[in-house]
Design a binder for this molecule. Sequence first.
Ligand code: TXA
Ligand code: MG
Length: 320
Amino acid sequence: MGIISKDIKKAVAILSAEKLVAIPTETVYGLAGNIFSENAIKSIFETKKRPFFNPLIVHIPSIENLKDIASYVPSKAQKLAETFWPGSMTLVLKKQPAIPDLVTAGKDTVAVRVPNHPITLKLLKQLPFPLAAPSANPFGSISPTKAEHVATYFENAIEQVLDGGSCENGIESTIIGFENDEPVIYRLGALALEDIEKVVGPVTLKNKKEIKPDAPGMLARHYAPNTTTYLCDSILEEIEKHQGKRIGILSFKTRFEDDRVTYQIILSEKGDLAEAMSKLYASMHNLDLQNLDIIIAERFPDFGLGKSINDRLQRATYSS
Ligand code: TXA
Ligand code: MG
């Protein structure tokens, strides 16, 4: 794990040399490069094995920098940015002509956010350019919420993982676009839908599992462990169906006393959705290492952050 370090100066040097650094954010770790460097952006796509049609999120140090990225900011977007930045919300807005096509996959819009992590904010303030950063995982696998996860994925491919500890929120940002100036949710995420609606009123949800999604993070199979995973309402009924297998359980708050269970993770014994969300991906990584035949995950209550957790579980699993 020799590439993990807290050295911000080193990160500045690597990024200024048009190479990549994995950066901590409050959602997940990102694989970051200079948005204006063709070399850096190409190597983000190559390192992740991510298709070029899937655009990147631009990370800026402050709301003051938004005018350099977006050419037009609807009033509800401005209000959301003022309320939630720095934070786990990405806005999709009309782009400034200077934003390279490689970053936006040729779209005339750009995704942008101010992340809420002290180390990465410090880094962004020292750089003369914004950072494009997708989640720091190979395309299709679980996003990293610890520096060690990134090192395991990319030990030989990048020079530094800037260590910022465990990501506090633990799933990706909520993505909001604008259609006729009205907010549309393209991806559920770490900022709850209800919190957004308190600020701008009702929003449309377009977070479907589509073949040709608006935000490719919406692809049906995504964020998936290697172990076959099932999502269900009744864990006990699901266990019945898989007799004789090595079964792992991922539950919200309940412990299952059952001889047929080999390994079990409870996301929040006190039933706190934010705590469960923060541990979700690390728990999937952990379950994947237990040499199980299957993982059974429990469906969450369908409100607040539970909705976002269910979205990620659905993409990681076969529903039953
Ligand atoms: O929390 C996060 O958002 C993390 C951290 C590192 O900031 N980043 C992240 O990036 O999740 P990524 O690349 O894994 O997901 C970005 C999503 C993709 O689904 C992409 O399709 C969508 O943002 N996106 C980017 N630009 C877009 C655009 N112009 N229009 C619609 N969707 C866009
Ligand atoms: Mg991702």
